[in-house]
Design a protein around this ligand. Structure first.
Ligand code: PLP
Length: 387
């Protein structure tokens, strides 16, 4: 029965991994690919036209995050941007201020960079999070001292959706003379962002999480905050990120940012779909555990544990029925290790390996939810009958 229902179904519930490229973004990129291929560093008209495309996109990204355009730098992705900020800022203050404080639930592009920094003599410490994934603020405050150069805390978690009180964390850091960096990759396009209001010194973003192209990211650095080149070479990006710019990707990022308010509205609409989904799911299998917090959570993200059913098995079954979901971060899917995020919020290895992440997007409709619930219900019933 499900096979018939489904044969043509294509349900994408992995928007935290990546998103499709929106039609207006594709069209801007096509135009740029066709007509703006001059090197932006060339002094003649063809080069200057390309440079203008980049500056327009920079303004669009800046407008989406509440920054000035000269505080926005383009890089190949958010992973590169995270590496650039963490390594160069910690290096700038080392050895006098040698401590960096972060959280145990950061994306691998931050976690693995921090672990590398430890091998280079940086004193990296992780502040615990509670069961909902929120930073324990009192502990964070106690950990920040005058040796702390940087406090690094993501705004929204990619696996469970927890939104941190970055503004409060920034105030704590500032009171002790430390700078603040927030990976805002999962937040842009899902919740409103204003880097000035958050009061962070550095923040990072990635176009492919908001219906833009892959291979382009950006960082924000508040004017007058230390910034040093990470990739050395030419004078591009004020000498902070050498390499001829990917003009079409940058233009696509700019166009995607033009639509952030609309995306945030779509995200709000996801909230009722999320509630329906969770309620119905609990009706199907009452021991399902929802790992995403009820409050301070992205409206598109649901992380859940199906006790007794491995995440690999569940993902395979859903994939067979045309439904794409994931187990944790796309960057660590192949590792087969239990998620560090789920472990940090208290799950056992076993429970972490029975958990999947569902992330809705701008095209998610109630028919996708109904269909998925039907597939899960049938699977659970079949499994019950087997035992
Ligand atoms: N930070 C977070 C929170 C993410 O979710 C991701 C991507 O999954 C990244 C950073 C890395 O982004 P990119 O794919 O642009 O390197």
């Amino acid at each position: 029965m499900i096979k018939q229902l489904l044969s043509k179904r294509n349900v994408y519930f992995d928007h935290n991994a990546t998103t499709h490229i929106a039609a207006p973004v594709r069209s801007v990129m096509n135009r740029v690919l066709k007509s703006y291929w001059g090197n932006p560093s060339s002094g003649y008209a063809k080069g200057k036209m390309s440079a203008q495309i980049i500056e327009k996109a920079r303004e669009q990204v800046a407008a989406a995050i509440g920054a000035h355009s000269h505080e926005v730098y383009f890089a190949s992705c958010a992973t590169e941007s995270n590496n650039a900020i963490l390594k160069t800022v910690s290096n700038h203050f080392s050895p006098e201020k040698n401590k960096v404080i972060s959280t145990p639930i950061e994306h691998p592009s931050v976690m693995n960079t921090l672990e590398y920094m430890k091998t280079q003599g940086i004193d990296v410490q992780y502040c615990p999070v509670d069961k909902s994934g929120r930073v324990v603020l009192e502990e964070m405050e106690a950990m920040i001292d005058d040796k702390t150069s940087l406090v690094c805390c993501m705004l929204a978690n990619n696996e469970i959706g927890t939104i941190q009180d970055v503004k409060k964390i920034a105030a704590m850091a500032r009171a002790k003379g430390a700078l603040v960096f927030s990976d805002c990759v999962q937040a842009l396009g899902k919740i409103p962002i204003d880097v000035k209001d958050l009061d962070v010194d550095y923040a990072t973003f990635s176009a492919h999480k908001l219906y833009g192209p892959k291979g382009i990211g950006a960082w924000y650095a508040r004017i007058s905050c230390p910034l040093e080149p990470y990739i050395h070479g030419g004078h591009q990006e004020e000498g902070m990120r050498a390499g001829t710019e990917s003009i079409h990707n940058i233009a696509g990022f700019g166009e995607a940012c033009k639509h952030v308010n609309k995306l945030v509205t779509f995200s709000r609409q996801n909230e009722s779909l999320k509630h329906t989904f969770i309620k119905e799911l609990k009706g199907i299998k009452n021991d399902i555990i929802i790992n995403s917090p009820e409050e301070h959570c992205l409206t598109n993200t649901i992380n859940l544990t199906f006790p007794g059913i491995g995440s690999g098995e569940m993902m395979k079954m859903l994939d067979y029925h045309g439904i794409a979901v994931s187990a944790g971060s796309a960057c660590s899917t192949s590792s087969n290790k239990p998620s560090h995020v789920l472990k940090a919020i208290g799950l056992t290895d076993e429970a972490a390996q029975e958990s999947i992440r569902i992330s809705f997007g701008s095209t998610t409709k109630s028919k996708h939810i109904k269909y998925t619930l039907k597939v899960i219900k049938q699977y659970i019933e079949e499994e019950k009958n087997k035992n």
